[in-house]
Design a protein around this ligand. Structure first.
Ligand code: FAD
Length: 475
């Protein structure tokens, strides 16, 4: 291990003055993430501006046994990017690598640096009359390298798939400092193992994503947003099946919003108004979009009719202007803020086969509410993907350790039910550090052996994001 002074000298020689932070105050913002969790003080923060510089820093760390953790936009929700408290780590931030390298509106592809903020990618695609469809609440700050590394999902998975389906090529700095250049803009490529897929969803444990070739789509010319009121989750699922069929595969989002979430949204954003006259137990926020002439109004009105006939729908509003559509989507954003304002709570992003969601929801809500009557369940999210944020707010006024113990108990109970339904404990946020012990319990021996083998092959010294996904040291 090298001394701190030698590390500072060597890294500033590699990165220049702007490329290295060593002062405690300067490094403060690299210790916190969006939910407000705080990591340890890093050894230093490296801010390379080119792939070559990333490779030089990683190679240096490899030679000197220095653990490091890549950071994007700090919007991850499982603590993966936070510096470790037990072993001081170097933070490697991609924030200076923000170039849009090339946009090809004929090939429908774009190549970008790993540190590009998602919103700037969406803007660049739109400027070329294309669409990059990944959409999520954190798009103003999260980076594409973070999106790739967490295999981000978001609102439009229903139509376009997750990040895994949106990446054609990757450039990755491997844990020994070598550069894997897979920046091919090919829609079809069947030559051997698909290596890029290894790094997608690897949460920085197998390498640092410094570049990506992304798949673009024709830019939607028309879109419609509606808020629909349903009597229960069963009705929501009935409506979902109707919507998939009656919207000619133009459905882009189908989000569950329970009444409790609407109330949290109105609490966080007092300018929001109850969108319908009579309160309903659950709502659906849905969107359909088309890149050419399509009568979306007629499709959605037809869905309203069929929904009413089937008893799946009690009321609804179809936004008649862009402002009204934006206001409806604002509910989705404000309810996240509303939850955050309620303090520490159990956040999950489980998935269940869509057809079992109603039975799962009923059993999980009853069990949790019977056991902990003062806890509040708020289950919302990408129901069209079978993905629910089944979150639980503990009763107010608990001491920190009481609250932590309760959240742990709630999580164990909930994940047990997820397992009974053959679901997944993470549909999109990943494992990081917070979900590791629960994740390890779900792994079969062959799964664990393959994952451990891959990690060992690429990072035998376990220096790259150690302790995320798999435990450190690898046994
Ligand atoms: C308001 C809000 C809404 C959200 N909604 C969604 C949603 O709908 N769907 C969804 O999937 N997620 C959602 N998220 C979670 C989060 O936005 C995503 O996980 C996002 O992809 C993380 O990107 P980031 O750049 O912020 O990564 P960070 O938080 O900085 O890092 C996340 C992980 O990726 C690793 N990493 C970061 N950059 C790189 C890189 N270049 N190379 C290798 N590893 C890297 C980090 O080490 C860490 O393990 C939401 C978060 C917030 C705050």
């Amino acid at each position: 291990m090298t001394t701190r002074e030698a590390l500072f000298d060597d890294l500033s020689a590699l990165l220049g003055k702007r490329g290295l932070l060593t002062d405690g105050g300067d490094m403060e913002r690299y210790r916190v993430d969006w939910p407000g969790y705080r990591g340890a003080a890093p050894l230093a923060v490296a801010r390379p501006s080119t792939t070559r510089q990333v490779a030089d820093v990683v190679s240096y760390c490899h030679r000197h046994d220095i653990p490091l953790v890549p950071q994007g936009g700090h919007s991850g929700l499982v603590g993966g990017a936070l510096p470790d408290a037990d072993y001081p780590e170097l933070v490697l931030s991609l924030e200076r690598m923000t170039a849009i390298r090339h946009v090809d509106p004929i090939n429908f592809t774009m190549s970008v640096d790993g540190g590009c903020v998602l919103q700037s990618i969406k803007d660049a695609a739109a400027a070329a009359d294309c669409d990059f469809p990944l959409s999520l609440g954190a798009q103003g700050s999260c980076q594409i390298g973070g999106n790739v590394s967490t295999n981000a999902g978001g609102l439009n998975v229903l139509r376009y798939g997750m990040m895994r389906q949106l990446v054609l090529g990757l450039e990755v700095v491997l844990p020994d400092g070598r550069i894997y250049n897979g920046m091919k803009a090919l829609h079809k490529n069947n030559t051997g193992y698909d290596l890029k897929q290894l790094f997608i969803g690897a949460e920085g444990t197998l390498g640092i994503v410094t570049g990506a070739v992304l798949k673009l789509f024709p830019r939607p010319q028309v879109s419609r947003t509606a808020l629909l009121a349903c009597p229960d989750i069963d009705a929501v699922l009935k409506l979902y099946a109707l919507a998939r069929r009656s919207c000619c595969d133009l459905l882009t989002a189908f989000e569950l919003v329970p009444r409790t979430c609407l109330e949290l949204a109105m609490e966080a954003s007092p300018e929001l108004r109850d969108p319908l006259e009579t309160p309903s137990p659950v709502y659906v926020l849905m969107e359909a979009a088309a890149s050419g002439p399509a009568d979306l109004d007629a499709m959605i009105e037809n869905l309203f009719e069929r929904g009413f006939e089937a008893g799946a729908l009690t009321d609804g509003v179809l936004a008649s202007s862009e402002t009204q559509a934006r206001n409806l989507w604002h509910i989705r954003e404000a309810m996240l803020e509303g939850q955050r304002n309620r303090g520490e709570h159990l956040r999950t992003d489980i998935s269940i086969p869509i057809s079992s969601l109603s039975a799962f929801h009923e059993r999980a809500s009853h069990e949790i509410q019977d056991l902990y009557p003062q806890a509040t369940v708020i289950a919302y999210g990408h129901i069209g993907d079978g993905n629910l944020h089944f979150n639980i707010l503990p009763p107010p006024g608990l001491e920190a350790d009481e609250r932590a113990a309760l959240l742990h108990e709630l999580e164990e109970r909930l994940f047990g039910i997820v397992d009974d339904f053959d679901g997944s404990i993470s549909a999109e946020h990943g494992i990081g550090r917070f979900k590791q012990s629960a994740f390890l319990e779900t792994l079969s021996e062959p799964e664990y052996d393959i994952m451990r083998g891959l990690k060992h092959l690429l990072d035998p010294r376990c220096l790259m994001s150690p302790g995320r996904i798999l435990p450190r040291p690898i046994d």
